[in-house]
Write a protein of this length. Structure first.
Length: 271
């Protein structure tokens, strides 16, 4: 299934302005991540439900996701949105996916109007990597490589394959969708960023479970528009890891060299 079909919230029964009920299978096996749906898609779907409540020119400034529990692909679920506050400049929303009476994914989004300001600090950070001609990253290994990975082109510049017993805990490289979307939206960026494996997996000698516990993305404006075929640059570093948890920070650039997002994750590893 093409990413645009998933992120358009296909065939929901809209019970109210802020609740969508999915009675049939919505997320196919090709977007599976172990026993759950790929986190980038579930977060992207919640965002798409939230953004329908934004009725003016407010831009997404931050988006925080907590993956509370697994989201089964073959079980009905609902997406519920709550407007927490809408001020003259900033709006705050929460959104959640509920399945079998339990919250699986919980998100909070902040939207803000662009305003005139005398304060301006240019982001001069550059990645210095050469844009790839094609993807070159994770081979499809049965029962090891998550199925959702085949929907992305990932090109590694620095870092190792998961479970390759490396000493590195960074990833530098590029990413894009294998089937280009018609246009890149914030929902696509959310989905795309989560395609990379946690930096800590390359330090493991054998396959073992790992999952994102919490994830925050800050969206940087203004920036140039890009096409669905463009590469996005990605550099992620582990800030600290201990006691079965790792903390990472990433910077994302578009094809024009603009920093478009800053991403932070808390990852649980079960080695």
């Amino acid at each position: 299934m093409h990413v645009d079909e998933l992120l358009s919230l296909p065939t929901p029964v809209q019970e109210s302005e802020s609740k969508w009920v999915f009675k049939e299978r919505v997320i196919p096996d090709t977007w599976a991540q172990g026993r759950t749906a790929f986190g980038g898609v579930s977060a992207g779907m919640v965002y798409k439900a939230i953004v329908r409540q934004v009725h003016d020119a407010r831009l997404l400034r931050s988006f925080t996701t907590n993956f509370v529990g697994p989201l089964a692909l073959d079980t009905p679920f609902t997406i519920e949105v709550t407007r927490l506050r809408e001020g003259s400049n900033v709006s705050q929303f929460s959104g959640q996916i509920v399945q079998n009476g339990k919250i699986c994914v919980f998100c909070q989004a902040c939207f803000g109007k662009a305003r005139k300001s005398g304060i301006k600090v240019e982001c001069s950070e550059r990645h210095g990597m050469e844009i790839p001609k094609k993807g070159k990253f994770i081979p499809q290994i049965p029962k090891v490589t998550p199925r959702f990975v085949r929907n992305f082109d990932l090109s590694i510049d620095k870092g190792g394959l998961p479970f390759s017993w490396k000493k590195d805990s960074v990833y530098h490289g590029f990413m894009r969708f294998k089937q280009p979307p018609e246009r890149i939206t914030d929902a696509h960026v959310i989905t795309l960023i989560d395609a990379w494996p946690p930096t800590l997996l390359q330090m493991m000698k054998f396959p073992a479970p790992a999952s994102t516990v919490s994830w925050n993305i800050e969206f940087i404006h203004p920036h140039h528009e890009v096409s669905g075929t463009d590469w996005f640059a990605y550099q992620c570093h582990t800030r600290q890891a201990a006691d079965g948890y790792g903390h990472t920070e990433a910077t994302i650039w578009n094809a024009h060299g603009d920093v478009i997002a800053l991403s932070r994750q808390t990852v649980a590893v079960f080695d």
